[in-house]
Design a protein around this ligand. Sequence first.
Ligand SMILES: C[S@@+](CC[C@H](N)C(=O)[O-])C[C@H]1O[C@@H](n2cnc3c(N)ncnc32)[C@H](O)[C@@H]1O
Length: 255
Amino acid sequence: MDRPADGYRAPFAEFYDQQFASNERDDVDFYVTLARERGNPVLELACGTGRVYLELLRAGIDADGIDVSEDALAVLRENAAEADADLAPSVRRADMADFAVDREYELLICPFNAFQHLLTVDEQESALECVHDALAPGGQFVFDVFVPGFDVICETYGEWIERSVEYRGEPCVFRTRTSVTDEVEQQFTVENELRDSNDALVFSESQRLTMLPKREVQLLARSSSFADWQVTGDFGDEPLADGDSTQVWTFEKGS
Ligand SMILES: C[S@@+](CC[C@H](N)C(=O)[O-])C[C@H]1O[C@@H](n2cnc3c(N)ncnc32)[C@H](O)[C@@H]1O
């Protein structure tokens, strides 16, 4: 598959790491517990700067990671080296829409909306095929994507949201805006911008993603080679229900 994909670039990868690594979502505990229960080895797709991946290593899990961004992986390796010389990340650059592995995994995960970076049905199906091939018989693919909320889209899309942050020890202003960029394809763009205290631009970047409502994921599951699938809401045990903001999908490979 020939497609341009470079993921998070350097200044944003570092910023993402600072802002989100410390920002506790329920997902880190969820994925670490899951990995403990499902057994080794585990592969994280789009592992980014290691927000979840490094916690898997700390929990003693035999985990590998791929991400399309070399810059994000560089931050991940730096974080690991700074935190603990014994943490040995096993990560490499690869596109989750087109990757192969040299061992079988019990569990593949793709946390924090990363699957929404795949913009077309071709890319989504290709990724699911690669995932299926990478799993051992009976293995699972678990990923989370947000529930496209009409209220959130109506109230916040198109508006710049600003907040004061510290970056490399300096006070800065971070602005972010999410806008629908293609209604037919259900794609949206997230623009991010950081300015220093003199209003000089530190970086700006944007990412295009796709909405993934429950029925679309269901159809992808049906067209895939997976034997079974289910979806829960907000990292709990209950089936996804109206009002939940996160879809947590489990695709099971037949044994
Ligand atoms: C929201 S971050 C999630 C990172 C990490 N999973 C976490 O939970 O913090 C999205 C990541 O997806 C990566 N990415 C985007 N498109 C990708 C692709 N096609 N293949 C692999 N990684 C991709 C980006 O480089 C970025 O690191």
